[in-house]
Design a protein around this ligand. Structure first.
Ligand code: GTP
Ligand code: SPV
Ligand code: MN
Length: 589
């Protein structure tokens, strides 16, 4: 029998499971995390001693550390991600499926003895504010000290999880073994019926910080459908008007398509007295409240954000957030132990070490930072953190925004005619693939509700769940679609984006409160150029705005065919409403 170390709980189911997994993986030591500050310091020192973390320049970046991953392990791997439901239909045609028993045997085979010579970290964590009926407890057992330290930032870790759990046996079991970090032995597997996750062969964020995509989205969406709530790949923000009015908005954009940036938006000078507060930047758990509105919490406690493109111009709040207590992964390192990435402020450093540890200069052909290099930072550092982030009731959502990265076709903004039309718009979201997942960069693919890689069951049933939620809401959020990424013939972005997105956000807020005009178009309600406030936006004319709002019928014919491909794939479970909406759109166009 393995030595369980200084176990800090007598919760029978937790102890039994840790014992079982320790016997399987045979670590030399089992370490029970308590989430304390002293522990964080000790683990950080250990990680530095082990060479897992490098201490950055503490004068420039207090409390910050640097990590380089295995170059073969830099993003999510959708081809290695499985939903292990009893039947293949339950997982649906957009997920990889394997029979639970078979897959578990294979994974146990890989994990057997897999932690020999290593430490198993027992990580108790809470997703969501303490005391919230939406919050969930998980235990991740990992042989990666990097995972333990990242989970300490991304979740509420330690005693708070035991407090929420009490005597209940309702917790997520997560096992993570790095093994030899080889793509051939990489599996990220979900067993929704057992509330179990097993991840092997990777050490990259989305594959191994099991509270995030695995629990909060894949298992979460599965549970949400059963229990009548929603787990979504959405940021949540609060817009405060000069008179104090607060409007809460959730927005689903695919990976690396602007959620963190939008959640931290700073309004341009022209919008004096307006303020945007961040509730969450990646995941929302939402359920109907007693007043018939949809309430959202952010289950996370930190941001695992994209570094490239982040600077004091594009996202000052993020720059302030990551100025301390941050773990940087796969960015470039300067000789004075500062970090750098493409699109950071100022000139590139004359010399640096790239994300793979090789010498780099501005003349180098390859990028210094990996395009999916990331920072892990506590949300408490965010100057725009919403006070409501710890409210167990969450915030009432007035609008849901879908978005994608589209060089053409999709206008800057539109509003759905109603909930069902909005679900159709979400279901048909298309977006260019980014570096957040391995493969396919730049290709447009359907990414319904930005959940294609994260829906833990049949996507057709997921659309049905969305339709059904309408019946449980007296005041359903209004639904919108945005596209910040439209380009001109020369490949330049037509819309300035970032803080200037406030101009679109303001229109959305005003629509929610019934005080903004719009024109009826085949796609939905669109603002006319006169409805978007362009004051103070130098060099951007009404004609430019017309270009980003334009609907090109030729492009829309192609779009309809691409939408059809997804619907054909899902035909067996596709709700009829989606087909009707498609017919209506075709007729209007
Ligand atoms: P995940 O963490 O992968 O879910 O991504 P995210 O949706 O939070 O994306 P994020 O905000 O990190 O943005 C990804 C990239 O898009 C960054 O390089 C940003 O600089 C860029 N970006 C964000 N907003 C805008 C925008 O309004 N316009 C343009 N042109 N680029 C943007
Ligand atoms: C995403 O890919 O959508 C992310 C990063 O937010 S990860 O947590 O790695 O999935
Ligand atoms: Mn994400």
């Amino acid at each position: 029998m393995s030595n369980l170390g200084s176990c800090n709980t007598n919760h029978p189911a937790v102890v039994a499971w840790v014992k079982e997994m320790a016997e399987l993986c045979q670590p030399d030591r089992v370490y029970w995390c308590n989430g304390s500050e002293a522990e964080r310091r000790a683990l950080t020192e250990q990680a530095v001693a082990d060479g897992v973390l490098l201490k950055l320049n503490q004068e420039k970046l207090p409390g910050c550390y640097y990590h380089r991953s295995n170059p073969n392990d830099v993003a999510r791997v959708e081809q290695c991600t499985y939903i292990c439901t009893d039947t293949e239909t339950e997982a649906g045609p957009t997920n990889n499926w394997a029979p639970p028993k078979e897959m578990k045997e294979r994974l146990h085979g890989l994990a057997r003895g897999g932690m020999k010579g290593r430490t198993m970290y027992v990580i108790p964590y809470l997703m969501g504010p303490p005391g919230s009926s939406l919050s969930k407890v998980g235990f991740e057992l990992s042989d990666s000290i990097y995972v333990a330290l990242n989970m300490r930032i991304m979740t509420r870790m330690g005693d708070v999880a035991y407090e929420q759990l009490g005597e209940s046996d309702d917790f997520n079991r997560g096992l993570h073994c790095m093994l030899d970090v080889h793509p051939d032995r990489r599996y990220i597997c979900h067993f929704p019926r057992e509330n179990l996750i097993i991840s092997v062969g990777s050490a990259y964020g989305g594959n191994v910080l099991l509270g995030k995509k695995c629990l909060a989205l894949r298992i979460g969406s599965y549970l949400g459908r059963q229990e009548g709530w929603m787990a979504e790949h959405m940021l949540v923000l609060g817009v405060e008007a000069p008179n104090g009015e607060k409007t809460y908005i959730a927005a689903a954009f695919p990976s690396a398509c602007g959620k963190t940036n939008f959640a931290m938006l700073i309004p341009p000078a022209h919008f004096q007295g307006w303020k945007v507060w961040t509730v969450g930047d990646d995941i929302a758990w939402m359920k109907p409240g007693p007043d018939g509105r949809l309430y959202a919490i952010n289950p996370e406690a930190g941001y695992f954000g994209v570094a490239p493109g982040t600077n004091y111009q594009s996202n000052p709040n993020a720059m302030k957030t990551i100025a301390r207590d941050t773990i940087y992964t796969n960015v470039a390192l300067t000789p004075d132990l500062d970090v750098w990435w493409e699109g950071k402020d100022g000139d590139p450093p004359p010399v640096a070490t790239d994300w793979q540890g090789r010498p780099w200069t501005p003349a180098s052909k390859e990028k210094a930072a990996h395009p999916n290099s990331r920072f892990t930072a506590p949300m408490a550092n965010n100057p725009a953190l919403a006070a409501e982030v710890n409210d167990p009731n969450g915030v009432p959502i007035s609008a849901i925004i879908f978005g994608g990265r589209r060089a053409s076709t999709m206008p800057l903004v539109l509003q759905a005619f109603n909930w069902v039309h909005g679900v159709f718009i979400g279901a048909t979201v298309g977006s260019e693939m980014t570096a957040a997942a391995v493969g396919g960069m730049g290709q447009v693919r359907r990414d319904p509700m930005a959940m294609l890689p994260f829906c833990g069951y049949n996507m057709g049933d997921y659309f049905r769940h969305w339709l059904r939620m309408r019946k449980r809401l007296k005041y359903p959020p209004r639904i919108f679609h945005v596209n910040w990424f439209r380009k001109d013939g020369e490949g330049r972005f037509l819309w300035p984006g970032f803080g200037e997105n406030m101009r679109v956000l303001k229109w959305i807020v005003d629509r929610c409160h019934g005080r903004a005009d719009a024109n009826e178009t085949p796609l939905g309600w669109l603002p006319g150029p006169q409805h978007i406030d362009l004051a103070g936006l130098d060099g951007f004319t009404t004609e430019d705005l017309e270009k980003v709002l334009d609907i090109d019928l030729e492009e829309w014919r192609r779009e309809l065919i691409m939408q059809e491909e997804l619907f054909l794939k899902l035909y067996a479970h596709l709700p009829k409403e989606m087909i009707f909406q498609r017919e209506l759109l075709v007729a209007r166009l």
